[in-house]
Design a protein around this ligand. Structure first.
Ligand SMILES: NC(=O)c1ccc[n+]([C@@H]2O[C@H](COP(=O)([O-])OP(=O)(O)OC[C@H]3O[C@@H](n4cnc5c(N)ncnc54)[C@H](OP(=O)(O)O)[C@@H]3O)[C@@H](O)[C@H]2O)c1
Length: 279
């Protein structure tokens, strides 16, 4: 398989000095019996070196198989998975992690995340992640869907500051305040649903910017994230889009156009609100 070496500008150094590729392929809702292997192979061929899965996506076995059959060395690929809500708590998180690790069939997971904060068990869950990190089973630990108040509670009660906060983020939910706060704490933000699941396609600003830069809506939006210092994990099973979404490192948006995209913010979620999704 064709192998592309990532340049330094395509990676970010996390708060524990681990390097993480800024671009990853998200595999939510990709069925491991159908599109998963082709999708991962295509992504690796196009230079992606970061794969975002989760226990709840029910495709960790397929992710592990696809990585093995790709021929790309394991150490070149950054694998993220997440502990699901039902497994919160110290012992149950350790068990869930071991199951994920076996399913993916690797010795070490690169990034292990708490999928949702929920109501009141995330500190206990975080203790388990800290143990896994200290024992070398994961190279970095982090969270998803954490608001500033969740992070403040977590940090004040823990020894390790999360390396990553993966949250819904796109031009209509720019997460400006959270992003700034994370920068100050040394937490890398990662955008899920980075293209708002394709819903920004016909927005006049993106049609105009597509003409200015000779790039598609997806490329403009993904580039906006990258220039904001935010990692992205776009999902696609379509080979042409997997390729398109990777071609975001060869152009630059002007400061003015970055601001125009940021001004689209409506604080509009398409996914669940972490403060409402209490389990
Ligand atoms: N931590 C969390 O709670 C959480 C929640 C949601 C998602 N995630 C992660 O984030 C990843 C991405 O988020 P997402 O799947 O919600 O949203 P997304 O990546 O913004 O959008 C995916 C959708 O956009 C389409 N698409 C892909 N590339 C496109 C392009 N160039 N032009 C037009 N449409 C395009 C895809 O269609 P095709 O596949 O048909 O090409 C798919 O329908 C997930 O796979 C998952 O790994 C995490």
């Amino acid at each position: 398989m064709k192998d592309r070496i990532l340049q330094d500008k395509q990676k970010v150094t996390l708060n524990n000095d681990v390097l993480m590729p800024l671009l990853g392929i998200g595999v939510y809702q990709i069925n491991e019996d159908e599109d998963l292997e082709n999708t991962i192979h295509k992504a690796l061929e196009e230079g992606y070196r970061n794969i975002d899965t989760a226990m709840i996506y029910e495709n960790e076995v397929g992710v592990g198989k696809a990585i093995k059959s790709s021929g790309v060395p394991r150490e070149e690929i950054f694998i993220t998975t997440k502990v699901w809500n039902a497994d919160h708590g110290f012992d149950s998180t350790l068990k869930a992690f071991e199951l994920s690790r076996r399913k993916i069939n690797v010795d070490v997971i690169d990034l292990y995340l708490i999928h949702w904060p929920g109501k009141d068990k995330y500190i206990e869950t975080w203790r388990a992640l800290e143990k896994l990190y200290r024992e070398g089973f994961v190279r970095a630990i982090g969270v998803c869907n954490f608001q500033i108040h969740h992070l403040q509670t977590l940090i004040s009660a823990s020894e390790i500051v999360p390396a990553v906060n993966q949250v819904e983020c796109h031009p209509l939910l720019s997460q400006q305040e959270l992003r700034q706060w994370c920068i100050e704490q040394g937490i890398q933000m990662m955008a899920y649903s980075p293209m708002m699941r394709g819903r920004l396609r016909n927005w006049p600003l993106f049609e105009e910017l597509s003409k200015t830069y000779g790039k598609t809506m997806a490329q403009i939006v993904l580039r906006w994230h990258i220039q904001n210092g935010v990692a992205v994990i776009p999902k696609s099973v379509t080979p042409s889009r997997i390729r398109e979404n990777a071609q975001i490192f060869n152009f630059e948006l002007s400061t003015k156009d970055m601001d125009r995209i940021s001004q689209l913010n409506l604080d509009l979620r398409i996914g669940l609100d972490p403060d409402q999704f209490l389990f």
